[in-house]
Design a protein around this ligand. Structure first.
Ligand SMILES: O=C(O)c1ccccc1NCC(=O)[C@H](O)[C@H](O)COP(=O)(O)O
Length: 190
């Protein structure tokens, strides 16, 4: 089974879609853009979603204190780092906050050893391909432009641990339950 994260959950209606479609993770974005949520909204969404589905906090060079507050309050269970965070930042989050880290790889970060629990290649922000990673990179999330039409092809080509999807399951900027259902089914049937 390929796992799936539905990213960019912004309201309680979308929280309910997560409960009904049961992906393996959902994402709360704490970085500027159309999916940005404030802490109060994130808290409400976390309370609404089934506790068995971990929330991934998405950050771009965020202050440690923000990640700490969200982890301490159990609003997030995993941190996903898209910025130029260093190895020490990853270690600090893992040891002091005791939560796993997804390190989003780009060309600059490719050749250093990541201390993260998972790696992510996001086609929106890098041109890194599966072939450029070593076989040890087994805990790989693949993201960027995935939708129900191309998900199977992406899975076949990259053999990921998980796929990460946001805009590809939206209609008019909001998550669509039928599209989410379809892509969760594709991932879980692999
Ligand atoms: O979603 C955002 O607005 C965002 C902003 C800043 C950094 C990361 C962001 N999203 C990260 C994700 O995990 C997305 O799911 C990933 O980029 C894939 O997006 P999509 O191509 O829309 O499926």
């Amino acid at each position: 089974m390929v796992k799936i994260k539905i990213c960019g959950i912004t309201n309680l209606k979308e929280a309910e879609i997560i409960n009904q479609t049961k992906p393996d993770y959902f994402g709360l974005v704490f970085a500027s853009g159309s999916h940005l949520v404030d802490i109060d909204t994130a808290r409400q969404i976390r309370q609404e979603v089934n506790k068995n589905i971990p929330a991934v906090g998405v950050f771009v060079d965020a202050p440690f204190e923000l990640i700490k507050q969200l982890a301490d309050e159990k609003i997030i269970q995993i941190a996903q780092l898209h910025g130029s965070e260093k190895s020490e930042d990853i270690k600090r989050i893992r040891t002091e906050l005791n939560i796993p880290v997804i390190d989003v790889i780009n060309e600059d970060k490719l050749h250093r050893n990541s201390d993260a629990d998972f790696l992510m290649v996001d086609a929106r922000t890098s041109t890194v391909t599966r072939d450029q990673l070593s076989n040890d990179d087994s805990n790989l999330f693949v993201a960027g432009g995935i939708n129900p039409e191309n998900a199977q092809q992406t899975i076949d080509a990259t053999k990921p641990f998980a796929i990460d999807v946001s805009r590809g399951v939206e209609v008019d900027g909001k998550k669509d339950i039928e599209l989410v259902k379809a892509i969760v089914s594709i991932a879980h049937n692999n």
